[in-house]
Design a protein around this ligand. Sequence first.
Ligand code: ZN
Length: 289
Amino acid sequence: MPPNIPPAPADAASRRAAKPAIVYPAGTMPGPDMAALEAARRAAVKTHELIVPPRDARAFRVARGQFFRIVSIEGPQVGDLNLWNADDLAERFFSGKTRALHGTHVGTGDRLWSNMPYLRPMATISHDTLGWYGFDADGAGIHDVIGTRCDPYTNLLLNGTAYDFCCHSNLSRALATELQMEPHAVEHHVHDVLNVFMCTGFTKDTHQYFMKASPVRPGDFIEFFAEIDLLGALSACPGGDCSATHSSDAAACHPLKIEIFEPDRAALRGWTWPSPSAYHRHHGAHAGS
Ligand SMILES: [Zn+2]
């Protein structure tokens, strides 16, 4: 036992036996109209596609109401996804609250939420060919919002080496190209990602974050419905299928494809487009006034 662990009190067992309560019960939120999304996607027409080269990233734009897919091609590969409001980079994907609202891993019907003070769905997952995976015997699932993204700072901290093609750097370069700026001037916009196709969990004994070989195969895809106009960036992680290593050139890496689809707009006629949170933002400063 490590030092400085205090002895358990006499009532330790009863304290540990307290029943868990779901922090954000699913039924309290109005869910997306999946039947309308299904109708809109069935007649959708592909309008654009781009390739994300291995150990690199690309930015892309998706209009509100369009669908976009991240597609596995050539071989198993993990992708790191960032999303911003196309008109205001201050609004961006909030992996922490998405995790709190939906769970450690996301799938069809779950939404990707933006940060405060906006806190609205930026995208809804409309299809996932890996939805069959669920949680395996190790407790691992697919598409996590647990991890952050591989980055050169942590790599330098742990390994003492500077590696330039981690997802954080790839996303910074892609955003810099999009904004015609230098990576160091935009990297503060890069945020915690959705780990697309990544198979992860926490070890049962020490509760440490682990990864294992992604079950994704060429042809698999995850599809998103854009709830607002989006600027996205996707990195093809240097970890490849993330079975063993990352943050180096050691792993076999493959490209990823992004496909953008124009929907059947008639099917979306009744869609409620999300507004930023209606909270007044006084935070108690004007209480009673
Ligand atoms: Zn990565």
